[in-house]
Write a protein that binds this ligand. Sequence first.
Ligand SMILES: [Zn+2]
Length: 233
Amino acid sequence: MSIIDNLLALQNHDAIIRSLQQQINDIPVRIEQEKHLETRAHEDLIRVTDQLASIQTQLDELLVRQSDTIAAIDSMNADIEVAVASRIAALEEAVGYKKRDLITIESNIAHAKENLALAEQARTNSQKKYADATANVKAYIENINKKTEEVQAKLSVAEEERKALVEVFQSPIEKRYLAYYERFSKRRWPVIAHISSNSVCEGCHMALPQAKQQAVRKAEGIVTCDYCGRIVY
Ligand SMILES: [Zn+2]
């Protein structure tokens, strides 16, 4: 065997040894690699576990909110029932009042209709009385106008006849007496009054001096009352 062959044999053998040593040296690295995979898997586990916990928390919160919301809806529904019952009771009471009002109003309407009928009858009666009164007044006025015309005619005749009675007064003294009479008659009536036997003027009922009575007896011109101015006789 040559030296080269020996060296080559040695080298071949060393190659086997190096390969084996290399395999032994690689084991910790592989272990580290495997451990790293485990660590990553553990980290994944923690992350997913955290996610699960987070979702669980969200779900728990949602369940609490669901429960609270259902309770609130139930409470509100109960309130609605109470409110509806209360409102119905109030409305029914109000309707009761209105029905009683309606009964009173209808009673009053019936009463008013009766009164209306009575009032219409009364108006019919009044209209008839008014028509009668109008006719009566018209007849009365026509009658009184006729009478007035008659009286006016009589007055004209009397005034005409008076001229003859006035014409009797001719002398100045007679005309003076007539003037006194005419003047006095415009203020008082009658102008001429009787004097009683005990000398009382019957125009004013005052007692005159006895001389007046004597003057009247003597018939000396006209004698007048000292108190009222009437011509006494
Ligand atoms: Zn007199």
